[in-house]
Ligand binder design. Structure first.
Ligand code: TRP
Length: 446
């Protein structure tokens, strides 16, 4: 292996890859952002639009990213440069690197909140507290700029530390053990939540669609959430794809990752909404604090609640970590491949930049009035719109520039049969771009 290749690394096996990609996909997006956005966009009808977005747009785009990545074996920017030399497509990769830095900047802040909640649950600070004081604990905490910034820093240190460990050593090993555990714990929370008194109202909110609530901005939120949750639209899956071996089947990998990710998001909804409606005074459109003010109430309503509560926030922090490493990995792969930096230097420098970019978000809940609400603004522009734009450009690239035949040739390397190849080509060439442009245009003129 030459030096550059050994700086890049490779996955140990297909299962290792699927689990690591799931580790990237499953994170705060599923457990924090999905219930939050669902609550803000009216519940069940949003969930249906969301699942349609995952199936018809998310899965095809994920396959496209894996394919580009494995063919080019490079960071997103280098990938476009290799597949379309001397064109402006390179900037799609650049947009991805920028988006990665920006998403991680506030992602790490929210991940820091989960670190704080590990300490709160471990020390039993929320044990037996009434819903009101659970809520005040949260609002007091996020208003304290210093504390939030310290946890943000701590989380970035953890992220950089794992990314310096390389691909197999760090990411793969962690993902293998911990993701199944998170699933089990989530199932337990769902069981308790749906049996709480008053759960019925929450289930109705979550399951009984009112299609009158669907507007273009609801559809944009659903599409943005699908990309965010599946880690699409900025090259994370191009980067992960660049470490896949030629023998592995890209199609089944994309399907498995998407199913696993959606399952966790849907379960998170079942854990949150019934519990939410069983607590008086809480409303589903509570915004980013939703899970932090709802979940402690469930832990107070179960035997061994303190134990389960601590375990839950530990697992959530780890799920966030397996996602944040993929966000940082995009920028690190860029620095290794394009700037020829060593992995350690790349991770340290990029990590520092992300930390600094995240400080305004850490101070956005009252600590510094000028930054008020900035976390939500950065989330909307980079965590949603920028991903949707990135996915649009990506589908145009594979559909019209690089070409479906070349992509199918790369997919065919594993010799697994791809029965829906024609459907995939149609979705990428026509359905995805038209759907995305329609939504964006309607929002701009609306
Ligand atoms: N998908 C992750 C989550 O749900 C977040 C994430 C990781 C991400 N990598 C990404 C989002 C790349 C967008 C693009 O928590």
């Amino acid at each position: 292996m030459n030096e550059q290749a050994s700086q890049r690394g490779k996955w140990g096996s297909k299962l290792g890859f699927v689990l690591a990609a799931s580790g990237s996909a499953i994170g705060l997006g599923n457990i924090w952002r999905f219930p939050t956005v669902t609550g803000e966009n009216g519940g069940a009808a949003f969930v249906i639009v969301y699942l349609a977005c995952v199936l018809l747009i998310g899965v095809p785009i994920m396959l496209a990213e894996f394919t580009i990545g494995r063919r080019a074996k490079s960071d997103p920017m280098g990938a476009f440069r290799k597949l379309a030399p001397g064109t402006l497509w390179e900037f799609v990769g650049a947009l991805g690197v920028l988006t990665g830095l920006m998403i991680l900047s506030y992602y790490s802040v929210v991940a820091g909140w989960t670190l704080k909640y590990i300490t709160l649950t471990l020390t039993g600070a929320l044990q037996g507290a009434d819903p009101d004081s659970i809520r005040t604990t949260f609002t007091d905490f996020i208003q304290s700029g210093q504390s939030v910034t310290s946890y943000h820093l701590l989380f970035m240190i953890l992220t950089v530390w794992i990314v310096t460990g390389g691909i197999q050593g760090g990411i793969e090993r962690a993902a293998k053990v911990l993701m199944p555990l998170l699933l089990v714990l989530l199932l337990l929370l769902v069981l308790r939540s749906v049996t709480l008194p008053g759960a019925r109202e929450g289930l109705l909110f979550y399951l009984k669609p009112d299609f009158g609530k669907i507007t273009f901005s609801v559809v944009l939120a659903a599409l943005g959430q699908a990309f965010f949750s599946l880690s699409l639209g900025m090259g994370a899956m191009i980067t992960y794809g660049s470490y896949i071996s030629e023998d592995d089947d890209l199609v089944s990998s994309a399907v498995s990752v998407s199913c696993f990710d959606s399952l966790i998001a849907i379960l998170a909804g079942f854990a949150i909404f019934p519990a939410l409606f069983s607590v008086p005074g809480l409303s589903p459109n509570a915004g980013p604090g939703l899970i932090f003010v709802v979940l402690p109430n469930i832990f107070n309503a179960i035997p061994l609640g303190q134990l389960f509560g601590s375990l839950f926030f530990v697992l959530l922090a780890i799920a966030a970590l397996t996602s944040s490493i993929s966000l940082l990995e995009v920028t690190v792969a860029y620095a290794i491949d394009q700037l020829h930096w060593k992995r350690t230097k790349a991770a340290l420098v990029m990590g520092l930049i992300v930390f600094l970019l995240g400080v305004p978000s850490a101070l956005s809940n009252g600590a510094v009035p000028a930054f008020s609400g900035i976390l939500d603004v950065v989330d909307r522009y980079f965590g949603s719109i920028s991903l949707v734009l990135g996915a649009l450009l990506l589908s145009l690239f594979v559909g019209w520039k690089w070409g479906i035949p070349s992509a199918l040739e790369e997919i065919g390397q594993s010799r697994a049969k791809f029965g829906l190849a024609a459907v995939w080509g149609f979705l990428l060439r026509y359905a995805c771009p038209i759907a995305i442009v329609t939504i964006l245009v309607n929002i701009l003129i609306g």
